[in-house]
Design a protein around this ligand. Structure first.
Ligand code: BGC
Length: 736
C-alpha cells in the first residue's frame, strides 16, 4: 500500500511521467497562454462524440431549496459532465466534483457550476421589480457585482440572471423577478446587471457569467398563469420583448436561457427563428443557450414533440445548446447524430460555445474555488452598504396627503405599529432569495426602535395575518391605535406569493388585510400604509382610507432600516414606479405604452375609471421639484442630425432630493402604429435645496425615433414627433 502511495505521489508530481519534458508537447488547450479560440478548437478536435454530448448537459449537485424543481442530489456525477446547478453555499462539494472532472475525465474538462442568484447570494438586496424603481443603473450594477463576488467565492461560476421578461400582468408571480413593464427599462437594467455580474474579466475569481432569461416572451403568459401559452405577434416580439435581450447581448452576456412558453405555436425552447436566426445569425452571439429546467422534455406536454428523442432533435436543431435537467440530450443526442438527424458540425459548434465560456471563466487554468470562510465572503460591510442604499432608492412614496411624512416627532408622538409584517423577517427577503438567511434581515420593528429611539413611543400589535379570516387580534390592534397619534400599517405579501409558479388571480390585498385596514380607520388617526410585496397591487379599496402609502417592495437583508429612514426623514424617497398599479385586477393589462385607441374618449369601463391608480413613473419626494419648459435646440432636423432637448428642474424646497426624469417620445402617425408614448431615456440627479439642474437628452433619430417591422427591419419616417417630460411636451420635425 505504502509503495503504491509513493508511486502515485511520484506520478502526480510528474517524476515518473517526465512531465517537464512533456510540458513542451502539452496540447494547445492546456496552454494558458494560447488564444482561447485555438484552445477551444484544439480541445474539440480531440473529443469523442460521447464527451461532446456530455458537455451539453446540466445536472444538479447539493441540496435543492426550490420546490418547483426538486433535483435529486447526484452523487455519481459523470466525470465528463458539462455543467451542474450547484445548491451549496460552500465550495467544498463543488471542488470535490470538479476534482473528479479534472482528474477522471480523459481530457480533464472542468464543469461549469450555475445557480439562481437573482437578487443577491447571501447579501440579499431588493427584488428586481423594486430595483428598477430606483432608476439607478450604476447602483444595480454595484449590487450585481456584490452578488457575483459572493457567488464566485462560494463555487458558483454562472448565475441564471438577469430575468428581463417584460411583464404587464401583475397576476404572474414572476413579475417580481424582472424590471417591470417597459422594454427600454428592462434593456437598461439588463445591460447594467450584465456589467455588474461579469465585470471586465470573467477569470478574476470575483465575477460570474450572466444568463439572460427567459428567451423569450415568458412574461406574456396568458391570464398571468405560469408555464402557459403566450400569444405574441412578431411585431410585439420586436417592439416589446426583444430589446432587453439585444441590450444584454450587446453588453456581453455570456449565455441565455430558453423560455418555457409556447410562442404563438412554437415553444421558446424549440424556436429556430428566435434562437438561431435572431440570436446567432443576426446578433452574432458566441455564447450558448441553456434550456429552462426540463424545458426540452416539456415540448412533449406542449404538444410539439411526440417523444423525448424528438424533443432533443427539435430543441437542438433550433439552436438550444444545453439541456438543463431534461435528460434528453444525454440519452438521445449521440443516436441522433449517428442517424444523421443532428449534424456533427452543429454539435461541434454547440460544444465550442460551452467550452469558450469555460475558458473565459478561467476554469481550465483555475478549476477550483479557493477556500475562504463565510465571514470572508458574505455580508461584508461594503456589500451591506450597497444593499441598503439600493433598498433606500427602491422605496416609492405613492401617497402623502398633507405631508404626513416624514413623521413629525416634535411632540414625541405615539405610533401604533400594526400588521403581519411589523415584526417579520423572512417575508422581507422576497422570492428567489438565494442563500439569504432570515436572521440577517432587520425587521421593521427593530429598525423603527433604533430610528425613533427617544423621539417617539412605539407600540406594537399584530392585528391580523397575511391571509385567512382570523379577526381575533383586531381588537388589541384597535386599542393600540386608539392610544396612538399615528397608525403605521405594515401589510403586503408573503415571499411565496410571487416568483415562479406563484400566480394570484386577484392582486388586491387579501380580504383580511383590507378588512383590518378598514377596522383601524375607526380609531380616527392618520394612517400610513407600508407595503412589502412582489407585484403591483390593486389598492383602490384601501387607498382612500390611508393618508400616506409607502411601497417598500421586498428589500432583502436591509429589511426595515431604509423604510425607517423614509418615515423619519433621514432618507428622502426618490423611487418611481417601474410598473403601473391598476385600480383593480380587472383592468389588467394596463401599462403606459399601449397603442392608441380608435376612440380615445370612449371605450371606458362603466364601473371604474380607465386610468391606473398609480401610473408608470409615479413617485413622490419630500422635496418639491418645479419643471420649466422643454427647450429644443432646433424645431426641424435632418434625418442624420442629432437634437438636444433640455428641461430645467428646480428644487423649490428646503430639502436636498434626487429627481428622476423620464424622457418619452411619441410618433403621432406612423406606417406601423406606435404606442401612445415610449420611454427613450432616463436620468436620476441629486438636486440640492434651491438649486436648478438642467436635464439633457440628445435625441438620435435612428436610435430613438425609428421603429421596427415584424422582422426587425428598422425604419425612420419623416414628419412630426413629440418629446415629453411629465406634463411638458414639445413638437419637432424630421425631414430629408
Ligand atoms: C426557472 C428558471 C431557473 C431554473 C433553474 C426554472 O424552473 O424557470 O428561472 O433559472 O428553474 O433553477
Amino acid at each position: 500500500m505504502k509503495n503504491l502511495t509513493f508511486i502515485s505521489c511520484l506520478l502526480v508530481s510528474g517524476w515518473l511521467t517526465g512531465a517537464t519534458a512533456a510540458d513542451k508537447n502539452q496540447p494547445i488547450y492546456k496552454d494558458a497562454k494560447a488564444p482561447i479560440e485555438d484552445r477551444v478548437n484544439d480541445l474539440v478536435s480531440k473529443m469523442t462524440l460521447e464527451e461532446k454530448v456530455f458537455q451539453l448537459n446540466q445536472y444538479t449537485l447539493g441540496r435543492n431549496n426550490n420546490a418547483n424543481n426538486l433535483g435529486e442530489e447526484v452523487k455519481n456525477l459523470p466525470a465528463t459532465l458539462g455543467s451542474v446547478i450547484y445548491f451549496d453555499e460552500d465550495p467544498e462539494l463543488r471542488n470535490a466534483a470538479q476534482k473528479k472532472a479534472m482528474e477522471e475525465s480523459r481530457l480533464g474538462i472542468p464543469i461549469i457550476f450555475g445557480y439562481d442568484v437573482i437578487h443577491g447570494f447571501r447579501t440579499v438586496y431588493p427584488i428586481s421589480l423594486g430595483q428598477a424603481c430606483s432608476w439607478n443603473t450604476a447602483l444595480v450594477e454595484d449590487a450585481c457585482a456584490v452578488a457575483a463576488q459572493e457567488s464566485r467565492m462560494s463555487g458558483v461560476d454562472w448565475t441564471f440572471s438577469p430575468m428581463i421578461d417584460v411583464a404587464r400582468d401583475g397576476r404572474w408571480g414572476r413579475v417580481a423577478e424582472g424590471y417591470g413593464e417597459d422594454p427600454y427599462t428592462n434593456a437598461a437594467f439588463s445591460a447594467a446587471s450584465v456589467r455588474g455580474y461579469q465585470g471586465k474579466n470573467l477569470a478574476d475569481g470575483k465575477q460570474v457569467a450572466a444568463c439572460l432569461k427567459h428567451y423569450i416572451g415568458y412574461g406574456a403568459s396568458e391570464a398571468g398563469r405560469d408555464y402557459v401559452y403566450t400569444e405574441i405577434s412578431n411585431q410585439s416580439l420586436w417592439d416589446t420583448y426583444l430589446p432587453p435581450y439585444e441590450a444584454g447581448v450587446k453588453a456581453g452576456a455570456a449565455t441565455l436561457m430558453s423560455s418555457f412558453n409556447d410562442i404563438s405555436g412554437t415553444p421558446g425552447s424549440a424556436n429556430h427563428y428566435i434562437m438561431t436566426e435572431i440570436l446567432k445569425n443576426r446578433w452574432k452571439h458566441d455564447g450558448f443557450i441553456v434550456s429552462d429546467w426540463s424545458a426540452v422534455p416539456q415540448l412533449i406536454e406542449q404538444g410539439h414533440a411526440a417523444n423525448r428523442k424528438e424533443a432533443a432533435r427539435l430543441a437542438f436543431n433550433a439552436g438550444l445548446e444545453m439541456d438543463m435537467m431534461g435528460h434528453c440530450y444525454d440519452k438521445y443526442m449521440a443516436e441522433l447524430v449517428k442517424e444523421g438527424k443532428i449534424s456533427m458540425a452543429q454539435v461541434d459548434d454547440a460544444v465550442k460555445r460551452v467550452l469558450r465560456l469555460k475558458f473565459r471563466l478561467g476554469l481550465f487554468d483555475n478549476p477550483y474555488t479557493p477556500k475562504t470562510t463565510a465571514k470572508e465572503r458574505f455580508l461584508l460591510p461594503q456589500s451591506l452598504a450597497t444593499a441598503e442604499k439600493l433598498a433606500e432608492e427602491t422605496i416609492v412614496l405613492l401617497k402623502n396627503e398633507n405631508n404626513l411624512l416624514p413623521l413629525n416627532t416634535k411632540n414625541k408622538p405615539t405610533i401604533a405599529v400594526v400588521g403581519p409584517l411589523a415584526k417579520n423577517r423572512p417575508e422581507l427577503l422576497g422570492s428567489w432569495y438565494g442563500h439569504g438567511h432570515a436572521e440577517n434581515v432587520l425587521p421593521i420593528n427593530e429598525a423603527l426602535n433604533a430610528e425613533f429611539a427617544g423621539k417617539a413611543n412605539l407600540i406594537y400589535a399584530d392585528g391580523c395575518d397575511f391571509d385567512g379570516n382570523d379577526t381575533a387580534k383586531f381588537n388589541e390592534a384597535l386599542s393600540a391605535a386608539q392610544k396612538a397619534d399615528i397608525i403605521l400599517l405594515c401589510m403586503g405579501e408573503k415571499k411565496s406569493w410571487s416568483g415562479e409558479n406563484a400566480s394570484r388571480s386577484i392582486i388586491e390585498l387579501p380580504a383580511i388585510q383590507e378588512q383590518f385596514i378598514a377596522e383601524m380607520k375607526k380609531a380616527g388617526k392618520p394612517m400610513v400604509l407600508v407595503l412589502a410585496n412582489g407585484r403591483p397591487l390593486g389598492l383602490s379599496k384601501v387607498e382612500p382610507l390611508c393618508d400616506a402609502i409607502v411601497e417598500m417592495w421586498q428589500p432583502g437583508v436591509p429589511g426595515g432600516k431604509p423604510l425607517a429612514g423614509v418615515l423619519s426623514g433621514r432618507v428622502n424617497p426618490s423611487g418611481k414606479l417601474s410598473i403601473t398599479f391598476p385600480r383593480s385586477t380587472g383592468q389588467i393589462p394596463v401599462y403606459y405604452n399601449q397603442r392608441k385607441s380608435a376612440r380615445p374618449n370612449s371605450g371606458k369601463y362603466q364601473d371604474i375609471p380607465s386610468t391606473p391608480l398609480y401610473e408608470f413613473g409615479h413617485g413622490l419626494s419630500y422635496s418639491t421639484f418645479n419643471y420649466g419648459d422643454i427647450k429644443l435646440a432646433k424645431e426641424t432636423i435632418k434625418r442624420n442630425e442629432k437634437i438636444v432637448v433640455e428641461v430645467p428642474v428646480t428644487n423649490a424646497s428646503k430639502r436636498d432630493g434626487a429627481e428622476v426624469i423620464h424622457w418619452f417620445i411619441s410618433d403621432p402617425f406612423c406606417t406601423i402604429t406606435r404606442p401612445v408614448k415610449e420611454l427613450k431615456h432616463f436620468e436620476k440627479q441629486l438636486i440640492k435645496a434651491g438649486d436648478t439642474y438642467v436635464f439633457r437628452f440628445e435625441i438620435d433619430p435612428m436610435r430613438d425615433l425609428s421603429f421596427v417591422d415584424s422582422d426587425g427591419k428598422r425604419f425612420l419616417e419623416n414628419g412630426e414627433y413629440f418629446v415629453t417630460v411629465k406634463d411638458k411636451k414639445v413638437k419637432f420635425t424630421i425631414e430629408d
